[in-house]
Design a protein around this ligand. Sequence first.
Ligand code: TYM
Length: 333
Amino acid sequence: PKRVLSGVQPSGDLHLGNYLGALAKFAKLQHETPTFIFVADYHAITVWQDPAKLKQQVREIAAAYLATGLDPKVASIFAQSGVPEHAELAWVFNCVARLGWLDRMTQFKEKSGKHKERASVGLYTYPVLQAADILIYKATHVPVGEDQKQHLELTRDIAGKFNHDFGVPNYFPLPDPLIQGPGARIMSLRDGKAKMSKSDPSDYSRINLTDDADAIAQKIRKARTDPEPLPATLEELKERPEAENLVGIYAALAEMTSEQVLGEFAGQGFGVFKPKLADLAVEKLGPIGGEMRRLLGDPAEIDRVLAEGAARAREIAAPTMAEVRKIVGFWAG
Ligand code: TYM
């Protein structure tokens, strides 16, 4: 059966890239396919998180899920730590995955920086836990941004090796990433060659989901561009990363293709295009920020949603883990 799963880390404010690459897609999928969307608090602690703040950060992501249209009656919305089977399966997968596979992961190289001997071991095996998140539900479809592609390939490798080594063909599905459309790779507003990210020191590099209308408009006004008017073709746009990014953002927000956006704006300068983009961004994001603030006024209600979602998720995760214990031959199997 088809099953959708995805997750977001509770480590810093959500930005436009998270929204267009991931969250905006979740609400659409929930009506077609059983959908599991979680907050990755196990993943978050691969780098230091203040214990006094972590729970509130989890609630903020949950509020963003609800504010972007996920319905807790339709989708299962939960925190990773509410379903400890993720961690148990991750241990088994740590013994399936090969060091050489993890050595190739570019995100570890980026996040560990110059002193990788000082990075946590958890940061290194992070993608193995991600494989467990997905496969504990035998999920088949994983909506994510482009930056998660390599982790999804690793997930497929782990699923394939587990099935092969334990002689259980097709036990775990090889999940397909859903990395689609112009929203899959949103770049920094300051540098069209760098990904929009939570860790960029400049707040002007990104639009946060909680930014108010003035902040959104100002960040778009100040976004780096070139002096040329917008071109008529995608080929010409490709050579201009900042312009390409703004056109892509417009397209993703308006649910159009970049070609259609060029069809509307070719020949116009950024003096015309940026105010239109700002209006569109405020129209789409403004209500989300407002709804998040409203929901966060009642943390007990968010906790209720997360508890109910965890109970539903465990109905799938616990039987999978019980099967895996038997397959591996554990005493407790
Ligand atoms: P995270 O928390 O870094 O990001 C959450 C989602 O946002 C996407 N994203 C972007 N999409 C487009 N443009 C960008 N600039 C951009 N930046 C981030 C990410 O691709 C992601 O979809 N490892 C994951 C969390 C995770 C997970 C999972 C995802 C843990 N287990 C299992 C799917 C399935 C992460 O760190 O995402």
